[in-house]
Each structure stands twice: as C-alpha cells, then as structure tokens.
Design a protein around this ligand. Structure first.
Ligand SMILES: N[C@@H]1[C@@H](O)[C@H](O)[C@@H](COP(=O)(O)O)O[C@@H]1O
Length: 272
C-alpha cells in the first residue's frame, strides 16, 4: 500500500481528484467506485471544477457507489443517491443510466444486494474504488466483525456509526439501522483502491488500519493486502504514524528519501 501525506484537506482533495481525472482521461469508459461521507466532498468539488474548466468528459464513465441506507428512497435528502446527485452527478456529464447506487428502497435485501453485485460484474468490475474511512475502520458500511464479508450484503450499523452519521440527520433516532453495502470481497476486486482520510480524529484509526495487524475487526486493514492500493492522508490524520514511517518525511512511502526540510507535497519525491 502506498501512502501519500498531504499538508491539509484541500491538498488531499486535489491529489485524489487528479488520480480520478487522470484515469478518466486515460480510459474514458472506465468504471469508478464512489464513496459518500464528508471526506470526498472536496474531491468531488475539484472534479466538478476540472470538468468545467477542462471539459473532462464523463459521458462514457460508469459509477458504482459503495453503499446506501436500507429504507431510504433515492429522493430522501439523507440518502446516498441524493448525496451523489448533489455533490457530483449534477455537476458533470455522467449519464444517469450509468450511475449506480444500491437500491435502499427495495425491502428485499437479498434481491437488492444480488442485483447490485451482478450489475458490477456485468460492467466488467471496478477500475478504481474510492473509499473513506470510518472511525472504527469501516469501509463502505463493512463494520468490524469476526470475518470479512465477501459480497454486497445488508448490514446492521453499529452504534458508533449511527452516532457519527447522526450529524447529518435531525436526530440519531432518524438514522436508519441498516444499510446495503459492497462487501470486502467486492472492494478488494477493484483493480485499484484509493482511500482518502483527513483530520486528527482519524489519526488512531489510520495507524491501526494501515500499520496494524490485518483483521476483520478493523475492516480497512485488509487494504494492506490489495496489490494496488493508495491512501492519501492529510498530516492531521497521519499525526500518530510518524514513528512508523520507514524514513524520510513521515509519508510512509519506503522509497521516499526527502530531507524533512520542506512542506509535504513540495519537492518531495513521494508526491511527484
Ligand atoms: N458509509 C460511509 C462511509 O463510506 C464513509 O467512509 C464513512 C466516513 O465518513 P466521513 O468521511 O464523513 O468521516 O461514513 C459513512 O459511514
């Protein structure tokens, strides 16, 4: 796993948007796996800006979101359908029929999840899967568990996730208790994975997930085994990992040989 450390949230968002835009330019018919949460908002804004300024074409891109709350229809303001529409889909020229989010309005969990998994396979699999990181190490809505769930499935959300996500609802009581999410197997099948993490409140989980033992109790730790995983983490989120980086500026890249005498991202070999 390659870890790049950026000065702040804005620099993290720009670096992640660059990776996604580069892929779309190289492979106009690529399949993007997308994520929700506060962390990707900045990078979606950057992508929208690049689309506008440089006419980046998304008309052949297909997208698959990681997850959706069970029981929320697509037009519910807290649904992930709505989030994606607001932050990205309405701002780029992606075709609505090419955007996919699990169908939270389908009460038949097995049918909704099986159909979603099949549609990813039919599209040829995900080229690049974007991920945020939950405070307990969840990715998508794969919560800490005794084993790694493989395919898209229905999950019971943990109290900590319900509380963390209640900031977006009127109260914690309104947060759905279940969600449909890609499984860890679905995520690991993506050709490339890009995790974005920002903020001091994520510092402990960054250390546990990216440097600790690989265990389903920290679902994101499995990404250490992905053959092409990149994490872009801001300094605040990386602040408990400095002693674990092999050498150099603390970015975690073993090939980095910079000399600490500069700001992250400036003249540092690992940011080129
Ligand atoms: N299901 C989403 C995850 O996909 C996301 O990564 C996580 C972290 O969100 P944030 O970026 O707001 O911290 O929250 C939610 O639970």
């Amino acid at each position: 796993m390659q870890i790049f450390v950026t000065k702040d949230y804005q620099e993290m968002s720009e670096a992640a948007a660059d990776m996604i835009v580069d892929l779309v330019e190289e492979k106009p018919g690529c399949v993007l796996g997308l994520a929700t949460g506060s962390t990707p908002e900045g990078l979606y804004a950057e992508i929208a800006k690049r689309h506008e300024a440089e006419d980046i074409d998304f008309s052949r891109v297909a997208t698959f979101n990681l997850d959706e709350y069970r029981g929320l229809p697509a037009d519910h303001e807290q649904s992930y359908h709505y989030f994606m529409q607001k932050h990205l889909f309405s701002k780029i020229n992606v075709r609505p029929e090419n955007t996919h989010v699990p169908n939270g309005a389908n009460p038949d969990a097995q049918a909704a999840c099986d159909a979603y998994e099949a549609s990813i396979l039919l599209a040829g699999g995900v080229d690049l899967q974007l991920l945020g990181l939950g405070h307990n190490g969840h990715i998508g809505f794969n919560e800490p568990a005794p084993e790694f769930p493989k395919e898209t499935h229905c999950v019971d959300l943990t109290e900590s996730t319900i509380n963390a996500n209640s900031r977006l609802f009127d109260s914690a009581d309104e947060v759905p208790r279940q969600a449909y999410t890609m499984g860890i197997g679905t995520i690991m099948a993506a050709k490339q994975v890009l995790v974005v993490v920002s903020g001091e409140d994520k510092a402990q989980i960054v250390r546990d997930a990216f440097f600790g033992p690989v265990t389903p109790e920290v679902p994101a730790s499995i990404l250490q085994f992905h053959p092409n995983a990149v994490a872009i983490v801001d300094e605040a989120a990386f602040s408990l990992c400095g002693d674990l980086a092999d050498e150099g500026c603390g970015c975690g890249d073993p090939d980095c040989d910079c000399d600490h005498d500069h700001e992250h991202g400036e003249g540092c070999a690992c940011h080129e």
